[in-house]
Structures are given as structure tokens and as C-alpha cells.
Design a protein around this ligand. Structure first.
Ligand code: BDP
Length: 597
């Protein structure tokens, strides 16, 4: 699905702002049929939860409604007119006037609603959007709604980050020609100094297609005609981690000399490959440094914010991070566009977090009932997961920054049923994108002895907390556990191995000369212990600390004002560990991680 853009043939109206807002229990039966009777207004984009002081709204289970007037620009007569939601978390119903015109399930991928037949250029309409933050065994991520002693419905879920909901990304009204470019796929390669850009265009309607590729200075370097083809780029400048370079592919649907539709796609020429235990970008071994992140900030919740985005990338660069993982859901498209331009490498993760009943059993990892069963993650969950993978890959396939798909975070890959659940999803992802490696982030209790699915994937991504959840305050024991764990994976797989999560909760301002949990020194020592172990393994291809910043969680006895494993606080102030990571990742203390000599 193509991101809405201003082009010579397409126009765009941003609908962000302050919308009327209410929760279903305080509105009439069919609230979309009239002006919402509510004193509340909510900011878009933002999760609604933290905007208000009322905890009933914050933890609402059910539908909430957003509403505003929209005027269609006068000049759009004869065009196809579409509403676009960059995300509605986790489900949406869209009403134009009194009528339901579209619906979507999946909180982190965009959807369009064609409203050409329902609105008039120059006219206005009442737009109401119902959004539900509910999680069930038919959603990704899954969850369960329980009814409390007082009859109140409560959302239960199996991930620690707070279940923010609402319109957390931009809303657009846009117009396109009736005959239009529906999709573009690019795949790049190079040999020596010659690059190739294979392209494929899908049209809605009948037209000829022509494409041209311009370099960063706007000089056209290759042209072609037809819905698919291969462009050759002499003296190619590659897209590299830390040294982004983008060409622009302009795709045009034409009728003779008449341009019917025009759409630009930024293109970074680069390759990604797994060879033995190496992860190669442009044929060279790449070592990931960086973080697992969250879309999370005070007041906005998961609301996308350009200022936080720019600042986060600055801080990542400051620490020497060359990458991050979009834990635990696809991030706003703006973030991937920015990563493309900044040369930051991305592991793009689905929203499939919490496919693991073992976490309910605490550190024992014993599930109360099988994860992959109709009681929890059954056929409906798998269908939702498949649909989510389709939407993610369709959205992000052309980003050079995205080098790997992470299909799930910490699934119960040690349980029976995991293979039946994941095999078709892996097949689907490989069909949709044969070019990128696949991984999943491995939970602690999925060991090299009991994991049932690693052979389906390309990279072993470990989430490990030795020295925190296991052997806290005893880094010597933790080091032995970690060493043995990695050795086991090396022997079992021969694949590239990386740490996608390792971290220790840290309250800034607490200090100790001993190895005491929650202190700034302990976070530093904990990370140093991990790094010592990683550096012993040539099979190791990267380290992403959990987490970039502190983030909001649901209530829990092991969370104090959220998850404090951030290297930065929630308002992006550095803890001591930020400085030690900077030393390591920028090579200030000698060797850079992953350096071969
Ligand atoms: C891991 C999860 C991550 C949590 C982290 C933690 O993947 O989402 O935030 O543990 O406990 O299991 O800090």
C-alpha cells in the first residue's frame, strides 16, 4: 500500500488536530449518526489514554469515538478520494455521515477507505472513527478480556508495555487519479561498480508505465518502460549503514505523452545476505549495535512525534548505535523514511508479542495451558498474524534501512504446536519478500535444547537477562550462564547470532560500590559482562540493548513507574550506561564491537 504523497497527480490534506472524543459507555447507541455529545476533545496523533485525568478513560475497554468535520477541496472533482489512517490501534470503524464506509483490524499498519462515491469536491462531511484497543485471540498482539467482581471488563495481555490505543498516527484525505499506480516493488543488487534496480508496478486501470531513476542530485541515470524491468546504474553509490545514499525512482502511468499518475519511491541500492554465521550488508560483515526501542513518550503514549524521532536518532548516533529493532510492532512510516535517510539499519518487527503462555508461569516458564491451542493462539490468531505480516511487508518492502523481518517477539518456540503455527507464516513471509532474512526474538525459556523452530529462520536473535531476572547481583554466575547458552546455539545452528535484548532496570540517581540491582553502576557492569561474553564469539553479529529509553507499562509489582531498563530516561536524559555504551560503540575504549582485526 503506497504511502500518500504530494505528486504532480496526487494531493494530500492532513486531518491531524483536535477531534471531538468520547467513550462508548458515555455516548448514545450509534454515536456516529450525530455530533458526538461530549465535552471531551482528543489530540490526533496521540494515544488517548494519557490525555485525560480520568482513569476510566485511560483503561477503557471497548470502543472510543473520534469525530471532526472534513471539507473536500474544490479542485478534486473527478478524482478518486480516499481516507487514509496511518494507524488505528487496534481496530477501527470509519463512518462518513451516518454510514459505515470501512473497517480495519491491526493497530500498527495503515489502511485506506475509498469514499469517492460518498463525498463531493467542495462539500463537507462528518467523519467519525470508532477505535477499539481491545485485544483477543483474534488480534495481534493477542489478549483476553476478563470481567471483574464489580462487572467491569478488564483487558489482560501478555506483554509489559502499556496497551496504548487510539489514533496514534496521522490521518489524511487524499486524491488520486481514477487510473493509478497501485503498488511499486523495488529490489536492488550490484556487481562491482554497477548497480541494478529491478522494479515491478501494479496498476489500477489501463495505462502504459514508464520509470526513471535520478541520483541524489536529480540527474536521471536510468530509464525504462513497462510494468516490470531492470534498471542499470553505472558507477552506483551504495546505500550503506552510516552513509545513506538515496536515488529516486519516479514511476509514471502514461497515455502517450499525457501523465495520468506519478509516484516517487526513494531507492537505496544495497544487498542483504546471510552467509554461514555472517550477516552481510553489501557483501560485508555487519555488526549491529543499538537498541530495542518503543514508540513511547509522556502524554502522547504511542503517538508519533517528529521531534522525539529526530532527537532519538541523534541520541542513537551519539551512543554509536547503527541500528534498532522496531520492538514490538511496526513503527510509523515516518520513522522508516528517516532511517533510510539517516543510514540507520532496522530490524522490522511484527506486533506478534505475547504468543507465550510460559510468561504466565513466571520464571518457571511452565504454561497453564498450551500456547498454540484454541484456548489461546489458535487458528484465528494465526490468520490475524498472517494478515499482519502481509500488511507489514507490503508497507515496508522498499525501505533500504529494513534488513530483516522479525516475525514475533518471544513466542513459545519451545512448546508443541510452535512449528505448525510458524511454518506457514515463514513460508508466507518468504513468498512476500524473498530478499530479506527472517528472525524471531527468542525467549529465555526457549533454549538450544528445546526450541522447535530455529531451523526455519536465518538468524538467532536472543533475548537474555542473565544478571537480572536470573542471578541478579551475581554477574559471575550470570556470565557462566550466558557463555553456556551462546555456546549451545553456536553448536546447534551455525547461524549468525545476535542479542536482541539484554538489560537491567535502573533508577537514575541510585548508586552503589557493590553489584546492586537498580543502580546506575550495576547497569554499566551488567552490560560490560554481556559484552565480554559476546566478544568471545566470532558467530556474534550484534547487540541491541533493552531498551533505548524507559517506557510505560501496565501495573505490575516488578515495575516502578514503568520499565526502567532504558539507557535513557523516558524524557531522554542519559543514565551512566549511555556513556559506557558510547565508549564501546564508538570504539573510544579501544576495539569497536564486531571488529575483525
Ligand atoms: C522481555 C520482553 C520485553 C520486556 C522485557 C523486560 O521482550 O518486551 O520489556 O522482557 O522484562 O521478555 O524488561
Amino acid at each position: 500500500m503506497l504511502k500518500p504523497k504530494h505528486t504532480p497527480t496526487r494531493e494530500l490534506l492532513n486531518l491531524d488536530g483536535v477531534w471531538r472524543f468520547g467513550i462508548d459507555s458515555r455516548l448514545s447507541e450509534q454515536p456516529w449518526t450525530a455530533l458526538l455529545e461530549t465535552p471531551l476533545e482528543a489530540a490526533v496523533p496521540a494515544s488517548y489514554n494519557d490525555l485525560f485525568t480520568d482513569s476510566e478513560i485511560r483503561d477503557h475497554v471497548g470502543w472510543v469515538y473520534y469525530q471532526r468535520e472534513v471539507r473536500v477541496p474544490r479542485g478534486w472533482a473527478g478524482e478518486r478520494i480516499v481516507l487514509r489512517f496511518d494507524a488505528a490501534t487496534h481496530a477501527a470503524r470509519v463512518y462518513v455521515g451516518d454510514e459505515l464506509v470501512g473497517a480495519h483490524i491491526g493497530g500498527y499498519t495503515p489502511f485506506d477507505v475509498d469514499i469517492t462515491d460518498r463525498v463531493k469536491a467542495g462539500g463537507a462531511f462528518r467523519l467519525t472513527v470508532g477505535v477499539s484497543g481491545d485485544l483477543s485471540n483474534e488480534t495481534i498482539p493477542p489478549g483476553r478480556i476478563e470481567v471483574g467482581m464489580d462487572g467491569r471488563r478488564k483487558q489482560v495481555y501478555f506483554h509489559d508495555f502499556y496497551n496504548y490505543a487510539g489514533l496514534a498516527r496521522s490521518v489524511w484525505l487524499y486524491c488520486m487519479p481514477q487510473t493509478r499506480i497501485a503498488d511499486v516493488t523495488v529490489v536492488t543488487d550490484f556487481e562491482g561498480s554497477v548497480g541494478t534496480v529491478d522494479y515491478r508496478v501494479e496498476l489500477d486501470g489501463d495505462a502504459e508505465v514508464r520509470v526513471r531513476l535520478a541520483d541524489a542530485g536529480g540527474v536521471v541515470v536510468a530509464e525504462a518502460q513497462g510494468v516490470a524491468g531492470s534498471l542499470v546504474v553505472a558507477d552506483v553509490t551504495l546505500w550503506k549503514p552510516g552513509a545513506a545514499y538515496l536515488y529516486e525512482l519516479t514511476v509514471e502511468a502514461v497515455d502517450g505523452e499525457n501523465v495520468i499518475d506519478s509516484y516517487p519511491v526513494p531507492v537505496g541500492v544495497r544487498t542483504v545476505k546471510v552467509r554461514g554465521h555472517e550477516f552481510l550488508i553489501n557483501g560485508e560483515p555487519f555488526y549491529f549495535t543499538g537498541f530495542g526501542k518503543h514508540e513511547d513518550s509522556p502524554v502522547r503514549g504511542k503517538g508519533h512525534d517528529d521531534a522525539f524521532m529526530v532527537h532519538d536518532f541523534q541520541l542513537m548516533d551519539w551512543t554509536g548505535a547503527n541500528s534498532f529493532r522496531t520492538s514490538h510492532y511496526p513503527y510509523a512510516e515516518e520513522v522508516l523514511d528517516f532511517a533510510d535517510r539517516q543510514g540507520i539499519v532496522v530490524i522490522d518487527e511484527t506486533a506478534a508479542v505475547g504468543l507465550n503462555m510460559g510468561v504466565v508461569g513466571g520464571m518457571s516458564g511452565v504454561p497453564p495451558f498450551p500456547t498454540f491451542s484454541e484456548q489461546y493462539a489458535g487458528a484465528a490468531t494465526q490468520d490475524a498474524h498472517a494478515q499482519h505480516i502481509r500488511e507489514l511487508i507490503t508497507r515496508d518492502k522498499n525501505h533500504p534501512s529494513v534488513v530483516m523481518w522479525c516475525i514475533a517477539n518471544e513466542p513459545a518456540s519451545n512448546e508443541d504446536g510452535a512449528r505448525e503455527y510458524f511454518e506457514p507464516l515463514v513460508k508466507l513471509a518468504r513468498e512476500l519478500d524473498p530478499t530479506r532474512p527472517l528472525t524471531y526474538a527468542l525467549v529465555m525459556f526457549a533454549t538450544f535444547q528445546n526450541d522447535q523452530i530455529i531451523d526455519l529462520f536465518d538468524v538467532v536473535s536472543m533475548n537474555r537477562y542473565y544478571g537480572w531476572y536470573i542471578a541478579i547481583g551475581d554477574l559471575k554466575t550470570a556470565e557462566m550462564y550466558l557463555q553456556g547458552d551462546i555456546e549451545g546455539w553456536v553448536e546447534r545452528t551455525g547461524k549468525p547470532i545476535m542479542m536482541t535484548e539484554y538489560g537491567a532496570d535502573t533508577q537514575p540517581g541510585i548508586h552503589s560500590v557493590w553489584d546492586a540491582g537498580w543502580t546506575e553502576e550495576y547497569q554499566v557492569n551488567y552490560l560490560a559482562m554481556n559484552h565480554r561474553v559476546f566478544d568471545r564469539f566470532p558467530q556474534f553479529v550484534g547487540e541491541q540493548v533493552w531498551n533505548f529509553a524507559d517506557f510505560a507499562t501496565s501495573n505490575g509489582i516488578h515495575r516502578v513507574d514503568g520499565n526502567k531498563k532504558g539507557v535513557f530516561t523516558r524524557d531522554r536524559k542519559p543514565k551512566s550506561a549511555a556513556f559506557s555504551l558510547r565508549d564501546r560503540w564508538r570504539g573510544l575504549n579501544g576495539r569497536k564491537p564486531g571488529a575483525t582485526e
